[in-house]
Design a protein around this ligand. Structure first.
Ligand code: ZN
Length: 89
């Protein structure tokens, strides 16, 4: 499963509108790469240990090509409309 290209463009544009993703906060490098593969996180439990507070969140992972610093953005917070975020490969 990967982010649709349109989803990545929407998320990145939204973050840039807020002033983010101009440069790496560690090395000031400007080659920041968005990974098309979502980072999936279990929150409040796991698939085998879950209750009503457990959730799964999907993050866009942006990696600095210079130093490897990783920025994570909750994809659902940057989504507009109800088009699908992902596609299967
Ligand atoms: Zn960096």
């Amino acid at each position: 499963m990967i982010f649709r290209q349109e989803s990545i463009e929407e998320i990145v544009a939204n973050i840039k509108r807020m002033g983010g993703l101009e440069a790496c906060p560690i090395c000031a490098g400007t080659n920041l790469l968005a990974d098309q593969r979502p980072m999936v996180a279990d929150v409040g439990g796991t698939q085998n240990l879950q209750d009503s507070a457990t959730n799964i969140t999907y993050h866009l992972r942006v990696v600095c090509d210079g130093c490897g610093y990783v920025l994570l953005f909750d994809a659902e917070r940057h989504r507009s409309g109800d088009h699908p975020l992902f596609e299967r490969v």
